[in-house]
Design a protein around this ligand. Structure first.
Ligand SMILES: [Zn+2]
Length: 687
């Protein structure tokens, strides 16, 4: 779905500085930042004092290498300094009671207007100061970062009238006069560095207890503020109930002037086109609020794998569906399994302990999807109460600390009284997934009714599993969970009436490797292709250029291209095909399923005929002969092709899509079922 593109990137605190934080005590930093957008520059002054009777000030700082240091004073006197390759050294600083660094620096990273095909959600921008807005990431070193110390920041941001800057901490003051504007922010938790955003914002405000709720939008999007404030309130209430008190002074939703999604401590920065997408409020927003705990206040020890994305996905994207509807929750779990099976080949799999952060959709299938399923299995194993109690303990004890998977394990063990070593080792320390099979199933009449028995096998590496089985009879459902710690185990059901079907894990509560027959062909199959081939239907040659965004979005922009005639002459094997336009030759035409029809300029889905110039069909089907997929792109015109091409890659989980005038009309996935994990008892099989 669309939101995949806007999946929010967490801007993690700068790790280098906090690792070395022990050298000096905590520092109070008063930052005065004047933004000069027309000149892409800021004028800065950092005033440092030791906090809480600390011991001395640091002598070395990181600062963007292009910075112009105007002056340095220690206890009010000018002192010498050197500044080389981004390293500022002030030999006389350590004995000073205050240190003032005055500087100016220019940032003008170009901002992309087009996000098609870019999988890196940072867009390569670390810092930029523009008339239409500013974004300064912590990594850009826009303020002096004391080496070996963390700071409590009071940040005063000034700019032209109406321009407000937002950063970490509680909002102390916000005002604008005819000559300038000002915003002041105060942090409490020690931090190494700050991220800052600025724009000509309208401000929406509310509060939940002591927590400030803030929305900063452009005038154009100001009407969105009440809805965002209501959602912030709702999700903060939910998560405080689940995890304990919210760790920051505010939560702010802030608009950015280019299409990013960033999660930061106590705020989220959403692109101007993103913030108005209706689903963001109920998808990305709760995910980011959950990250306030998981990833921000409780930091992640990357050395042992990023567990934060899986947990935020589980408690937000997944859990909110579970609250709404069990059917949607089931479908979400199935999507996770399908993504993993479709996108991950054995040679690019990795254990969760090796997942750093999302860079590609493949990483996402593991670090977000598999990890979310691991939390789901854990919750089923130790039960609801112990699961939430474990998270509460982790939120309380982990505040300001860096946590690994093993720290979470410790809290869940304490909350449940169970030894979870095997569970965590097999699910986080190993790549891959179990592969199950149902064999030797028989149903025989016995005195009281029927006895159904069989064997569950693990085909791949052995896991220690609890496998749910469901036997359905003509009148009832019987559920049983069997332990499977070895290669195989047997089961028996004794029931009173005639069995109808037996299925393994009918509710998809286990993470496992799906069989090919359980996988509908989808847009993601094209994306995962290692042998892509574009075929241009005769008479549709212009479609190649009009489909450029589609090819880029699928990572197919380097695929070879053949004409219909060449393809039919050579018939290359073992290729996934994407056919642009409707082929003239029968040999290349799709065998469409029942309910579909297509011709050169029109197509039918169900009982609706699409014959307008702005209609487009995209359909992906499995080629059962060679386990390859074939996609067809059938736009009503070149304009429809151009308009639709960039949208299709965002619908990765779907098998067919219909667009009219650039708007999605139909998105659907083929129905599938596994024959290896389900047995149907036919009536005639019984005596
Ligand atoms: Zn996330």
């Amino acid at each position: 779905m669309l939101r995949i593109l806007f999946h929010i990137l967490i801007l993690w605190p700068l790790n280098i500085a906090s690792v070395m934080a022990a050298t000096y005590g905590l520092i109070n930093q008063d930052l005065f930042i004047q933004l000069v957008p027309e000149e892409h520059r800021l004028e800065g002054r950092a005033v440092l004092t030791p906090a809480d009777g600390g011991f001395g000030l640091p002598e070395e700082f990181h600062l963007a290498s292009q910075t112009d240091i105007v002056s340095v004073t220690a206890t009010g006197k000018l002192v010498p300094f050197t500044f080389d390759s981004g390293l500022l050294q002030i030999p006389l600083a350590s004995g000073a009671s205050t240190l003032t660094i005055t500087y100016r620096v220019r940032f003008d990273d170009p901002v992309p207007q087009d996000s098609v095909g870019i999988e890196d959600p940072s867009f390569g921008v670390t810092a930029t100061i523009m008339p239409q807005g500013s974004f300064l990431s912590a990594a850009s070193r826009w303020h002096p970062l004391p080496i070996g110390a963390q700071s409590r920041f009071r940040t005063t941001i000034t700019g032209p009238p109406g321009l407000y800057g937002v950063t970490a901490g509680r909002l102390i003051d916000l005002e604008s006069s005819e000559t300038r504007s000002q915003a002041i922010w105060q942090t409490q938790l020690p931090q190494a560095a700050l991220t800052l955003a600025a724009g000509y914002y309208q401000v929406g405000r509310d509060a939940l207890g002591e927590t400030q709720l803030l929305v900063f939008t452009s005038a154009e999007n100001a009407a969105l503020a009440p809805g965002y404030l209501e959602s912030c309130r709702e999700y903060l209430q939910l998560y405080q109930k689940l995890f304990g008190s919210y760790p920051y002074a505010k939560f702010a939703v802030v608009e950015n002037f280019y299409p990013t999604g960033y999660g930061l401590p106590g705020w989220t920065l959403l692109g101007n086109s993103v913030i108005k997408l209706p689903f963001i409020r109920t998808t990305s927003l709760p995910h980011e609020i959950a990250h306030s705990w998981w990833g921000n206040a409780i930091e992640i020890d990357y050395q042992s794998g990023n567990w934060g994305e899986g947990l935020a996905t589980y408690v937000a994207d997944y859990y909110l569906k579970e609250i709404d509807s069990p059917a949607e929750a089931l479908e979400y779990r199935r999507k996770i399994l399908r993504d993993y099976a479709t996108l991950i080949n054995a040679d690019d799999d990795m254990p969760l302990t090796a997942f750093p952060s999302r860079m590609t959709k493949r990483d996402q299938a593991i670090g977000y999807g598999k990890a979310a399923m691991v939390f789901h299995m854990l919750r089923n194993l130790i039960d609801d109460e112990a699961f939430w109690a474990g998270l509460q303990a982790a939120a309380r004890d982990g505040l300001g600390k860096r946590y690994a998977w093993s720290d979470l394990q410790r809290h869940f063990e304490a909350a449940s009284g169970m030894d979870l070593e095997t569970f965590f080792r097999q699910w986080t320390g190993r790549a891959g997934a179990p592969q199950l099979q149902l064999t030797d199933v028989s149903a025989v009449p016995v005195d009281a009714g029927w006895q159904v028995s069989g064997t569950i096998l693990q085909n791949g590496p052995i896991y220690d599993l609890a496998v749910p089985l469901r036997l359905e009879t003509e009148t009832q459902k019987y559920d049983q969970t069997i332990g499977l710690a070895e290669r195989q185990n047997c089961f028996v059901f004794t029931v009173t009436d005639r069995p109808v079907s037996l299925s393994v894990d009918p509710e998809s509560v286990m993470f496992r490797k799906l069989y090919p027959e359980e996988l509908p062909a989808t847009v993601n199959n094209l994306r995962a292709s290692r042998a892509p081939l574009v075929v241009l239907a005769s008479g549709s040659e212009d479609l190649l250029d009009a489909s450029r965004d589609l090819l880029r979005g699928l990572q197919w922009h380097k695929a070879s291209v053949m004409s219909e005639a060449d393809y039919l002459a050579k018939r290359p094997v073992d290729r996934d095909l994407l056919v642009l336009g409707w082929p003239k030759n029968q040999g290349l035409r799709l065998k469409l399923p029942v309910g579909f029809a297509a011709a050169a300029q029109q197509f039918t889905v169900g009982d609706k005929i699409y014959a307008e110039a702005d209609d487009a069909l995209f359909i992906v089907m499995a080629n059962h002969d060679d386990e390859r997929v074939v996609g067809y792109f059938l736009p009503g015109s070149l304009a429809a092709a151009r308009d639709t091409a960039r949208r299709i890659p965002h619908y990765g989980r779907y098998s067919y899509l219909v667009f009219s005038a650039g708007r999605n009309q139909i998105k659907a996935t083929w129905e599938t079922e596994s024959s290896s994990l389900k047995t149907l008892f036919e009536k005639e099989h019984f005596p």
